[in-house]
Design a binder for this molecule. Sequence first.
Ligand code: SF4
Length: 965
Amino acid sequence: MLRKKTNGVARRPQRTSILSEAANASVDRRAFLRGSGLAIGGLAAIAATGGTVQQASAATAATGSVEIKKSICTHCSVGCTVVAEVSNGVWVGQEPGWDSPFNLGAHCAKGASVREHAHGERRLKYPMKKEGGEWKRISWEQAINEIGDGMMNIREESGPDSVYWLGSAKHSNEQAYLFRKFAAYWGTNNVDHQARICHSTTVAGVANTWGYGAMTNSYNDIHNSKAIFIIGGNPAEAHPVSLLHVLKAKEQNNAPLIVCDPRFTRTAAHADEYVRFRPGTDVALIWGILWHMFENGWEDKEFIRTRVWGMDQIKEEVAKWTPEEVERVTGTPGSQLKRVARTMANNRPGTVIWCMGGTQHTNGNNNTRAYCVLQLALGNMGASGGGTNIFRGHDNVQGATDLGVLSHTLPGYYGLSKGAWAHWARVWEEDAEWLGNQFATTTGADGKDKSLQNLTGIPVSRWIDGVLEDPENMDNPDKVRAMVLWGHAPNSQTRGPEMKTAMEKLDMLVVIDPFPTVSAVLHDRTDGCYLLPAATQFETYGSVTASNRSFQWREKIMDPLFESKTDHEIIGLFSKKFGFHDRIFRNIAIEEDGITPNVEDTLREINRGMWTIGYTGQSPERLKLHMANQHTFDRTTLQAIGGPADGDYYGLPWPCWGTAEMGHPGTPNLYDMSKPVSEGGLTFRARFGVERDGDNLLADGVYSVNSEIQDGYPEFTMQMLMDLGWDGDLTDEERASIEGVAGAKTNWKTDLSGGIQRVAIKHECAPFGNAKARAVVWTFPDPVPVHREPLYTPRRDLVADYPTYEDRKFYRLPTMYASIQKNDFSKDFPIILTSGRLVEYEGGGEETRSNPWLAELQQDMFVEINPRDANNLGIREGSQVWVEGPEGGKVKVMAMITERVGEGVAFMPFHFGGHYQGADLRDKYPDGADPYVLGESCNTAQTYGYDSVTQMQETKCTLCKISAA
Ligand code: SF4
């Protein structure tokens, strides 16, 4: 299937860069990718150390007129700038952005080949539907009409909640916002996206600890770290260019790099200290480190006294985690954890980094909070070089999360309460009653009707249960009957066989993507399945939020290829079909086609409503200015030194308070009190009230620089401004606007004029107050994070001491815990199965496995097996094996025998798809749209298990058995 290109024809003979030399010397893909690998190993390092490699001149890159366009790589959250060379509307070449403070002229293999992603010959080219078992080309008009009519019928019969709108971290900010707004206008909260299954436990854990659910510092700020602690993350493969920043700190500051992971990853290969531990025991491991910290008095007592609530309760729990008990549970020697504790204590501020190895667990929210507590104990929060640097996965998963493509909130984390809907109805200038009437009602336990407008929807991790579960057991009025998978690869989700059944039971399955995902082939449907070609982000423009909360503005590189359409045009088409186009876009200009909402206007509407997290100061004009002047920003502080954006932080990392006119520079490091709020400083957010158990929850005698309130204080309201005598600072317009919301009760989040924020900041106070972080989240199932054994655990001896939760119902669905754990599967399924990413591919992998440059690098799905296990099982390197999970799903893959995994642990990457339980599904793809590389989805063998707060799926510790195929 995959053939090497061997014609040796240089496409751009005039190029002078190392990359072009690599490409020209031999145009076979492997050589090109070695060249882009060099960009990481060589160019990146050279760029970081001020070497002498020169930037290629785009003007010489091709003959004829060449236009230069800047975009952002779509394959991870680092946000690397792609400089595209466009000739006569054709994307002819690309360079990494040398001016970008994020990538400094570096790209990984994925970024280096994004042109092939956009130009991909394997893309969906026109709308199709399956009819009588065959894919048939149809027009967009027919597609929208048929799908729309089908949905209206379902709505009529079963209500709006029987159509599920699954969105994407691949949307731009504007598209993500419109998608969530569209679901609201359709009348459902059954809307979600990948953040649910990658960092929802982070967002919930972190936001409930100190206020906001995001990376606190930035990739660049790691330059200032004195120690780097990575747990459950493998950035060398998942966020390759981020290592440029990590290794700079390691080399420049002599910062020790500690990597905690059950698997010896490529990141661990760079570590000074590699800590191997049993999957699913993160809390025990962290408490094991903290045990030494408290035992030796290494914690930052003054920081805890003034800025943390609940550490005493943590200490009580930690006291149980003696080195012996930690070793019994995690397998990690106490002596090693003492060394780790001492290293972290002696090298402050250090940063803590985590990814999906920490989040994807039934108790993932406990893990993320334990990591936060570690940083609070060390006093590493609110400091440059410190913080929790949570690396997000997709390019815009931070933005899509912020913009509420989620079943439990509206944009800006406003939630779903009456007040939240009232706020957004005001922003949208919509009749709140009309909006409410779009939703169905259900009968509550008290026998009264209640609107589903205020009830969390089904999360993406459980959509299959929305189809399969008896409606009697659900809070959804009926089953999910139509599923829209828009920019979502279903093979990134667990319980593959049940997903196949669910897809087959639907009335209608709609897939909207640039490439056909596994949704096109997993099921045996013969009808009622539609494939709609979406444009990539390189065929449109708009903003994207990198992991560090900075916005970047993408320019359009080329027009949508074939018959593909941008996501916002498709939203426009559906809005027209459903009859609310005029309403939903009433304040957004429409392009000449009469369908497509204008991108800049959409961002301006976002700016008008997103006060909670400061998505208000990032106007299109400011973002374009930043992109045009990337070279003026410092590569460590991210602050512009002179130039037109002087003083701003690159991309105006949120919160960028007030209106754009107010000129706030953005907040580079959250909760950093060493700067005034007007210059990017911040306190912990007063989000959880002012008192708990008789204790003051506000900061104790500490405050950000120049604050006129020199102590802790609650969040700002109009009443508070009046009490302080600061309301006189409001303009007449601001005062009138506040009066129109809720008078004295209007707060910093609901004031549409921005006046309350402006006046608070005039007095150098944080609009959201100044409080302590809470180490104990009393609203969660485990207020103090505790260790709980996984549902599928091989350690039956620990279940009695560390049981999982009781079964419970939340997010509309019954959810099993104890009823699974009570069964011993470990005799038949003795090996722990975990999963993760590869450097060559991203997500479900359709895009990257369809990219010839990447596909060549990794052509086989595999399982890593420890040599002792392999020898005991009689398995040889490179042979085919079955990996079978306890719920019956099994995959046939190639064996890789390696000590990367410990004894009793197996690892599989999760990017493959297109094979199912030994069968090759290539024939089921539409002609010419099958990815080059197919393989088994590891999630076919992965099992049930969901976080107790967010319904995050468990993918990091289940059980399996492995046998020769
Ligand atoms: Fe940069 Fe990530 Fe793209 Fe690689 S995948 S080029 S690290 S944004």
